[in-house]
Design a protein around this ligand. Structure first.
Ligand code: NAP
Length: 350
């Protein structure tokens, strides 16, 4: 049996941290070796520090690990980070400087021009930014790789095949985002129940800027934005897991509805070719029923790693419209970071 890479998890007690632990149980390449969280949890065993909130039991292997501060050194080969953005910025830089690869969910480094904002199916070539980053920042073995915001990832996976085949020039998107996207305890129940909240701080801007960066190119060690106009309005809705987005697009080249459906349904990329462990067989599942996708029915498609697209039709203002849905704590967070780590292993960066 090949030796497993030892993973540390920063923010291990939170919504995303618990997903990491769940998804890494029995992973063929990675094992959880170190856990870190706030001073509320430090010095306690994980079982003492963490109220397990996912279905199923807390994995035995992590129960007795003592939670540490999120600062180097940690006994591991690399770290996954799910720290709050303000804490993540300095902590992730400290780990990278100390020689640890950092695979992050947090927003603090996503827009750095030398930081890969990576979706393995969409922009695997952005991995080469690591080389520029190491030179720019004098990191040696260490580096920072990020995954997108939990809404942006579902939107961009759905846009990617259309952009590759027909060129997306304009995208107008309205999201309906689950409560778990706000972490735990998240939105107070009296705000969330019987309600829709048309504001998620910074979210409209993240969807707009991250979409352009991910669909852009790398040139001379820097990420260059795609020339796409993106307009996003993000809403919090009373759903536990699963972010949904209503998307309208204008295309540079003409395409029939069948062409668009075929481009979405047949989308495959490097993770599928490499058969990466966490990669879904189908990154995009197209459903033709008039009332799909729905969070409760479709968020677990492809073990939570597939994006479900439905309601595909011609649009009366732009060219086409559709609805995309993804699991925000799996494809939008922990699963995305684990797939990034698997691609980094395949490319020899871990
Ligand atoms: P969360 O449930 O609030 O968990 C936060 C984690 O960070 C906990 O482990 C907490 O430890 C730790 N932490 C808080 N303050 C800290 C401090 N001062 N020093 C060290 N550790 C501290 O949040 P979450 O939803 O898991 O989100 C974590 C990160 O992932 C955020 O940056 C978020 O934007 C990003 N993200 C979340 C989602 C999602 O769907 N939830 C999706 C994509 C990205 P204690 O338990 O000890 O307080």
């Amino acid at each position: 049996m090949t030796k497993k890479f030892r993973a540390g998890i920063l923010g291990a007690t939170g919504v995303v941290g618990q997903r990491f632990i769940q998804l890494l149980e029995n992973h063929p390449q990675f094992e959880v070796a170190a856990l870190a969280a706030s001073d509320r949890s430090q010095g306690k065993t994980y079982a003492e520090a963490c109220t397990w909130r996912l279905p199923g039991e807390m994995p035995e292997a992590v129960k007795r690990i003592v939670v540490q501060p999120p600062s180097p050194p940690l006994e591991c080969d690399f770290v996954f980070s799910s720290l709050p953005g303000d804490i993540a910025k300095g902590a992730e830089e400290d780990f990278a400087r100390a020689g640890y690869p950092v695979i992050s969910n947090s927003s603090s480094h996503r827009m750095g021009p030398d930081v890969p904002l990576l979706i393995p199916e969409v922009n695997p070539e952005h991995i080469e930014l690591i080389d520029a980053q190491r030179t720019n920042r004098d990191y040696h073995r260490g580096f920072i790789v990020t995954n997108p915001n939990c809404s942006a990832i579902a939107i961009v996976i759905a846009l990617a095949p259309l952009h590759q085949k027909f060129g997306v020039t304009t995208c107008v998107v309205t999201t309906m985002q689950a409560l778990s996207g706000a972490g735990y305890p998240g939105v107070p129940s009296l705000d969330a129940t019987d309600n829709v909240i048309p504001f998620i701080g910074g979210e409209d801007e993240k969807v707009e800027s991250e979409t352009r960066k991910i669909l852009g190119v790398v040139s001379q060690g820097s990420a260059m934005d795609a020339d796409i106009s993106v307009s996003a309005q993000c809403n919090r809705v009373n759903v536990t897991d699963g972010h949904m987005a209503s998307i309208r697009v204008k295309l540079a080249r003409s395409a029939s509805l069948d062409d668009v459906r075929q481009a979405l349904a047949s989308f495959m990329s490097e993770p599928q070719q490499l058969k990466l462990h966490t990669a879904p067989c189908k990154p995009i599942i197209v459903r033709d029923e008039i009332d799909r996708p729905q969070p409760r029915l479709d968020r677990d498609a492809g073990n939570g790693m597939s994006i479900t697209v439905g309601r595909l039709m011609t649009d009366t203002v732009l060219d086409y419209r559709f609805v995309a849905l993804g699991h925000n704590t799996i494809r939008g967070a922990a699963g995305a970071a684990i797939l990034n780590a698997e691609l980094l292993v395949a490319r020899g960066y871990l």
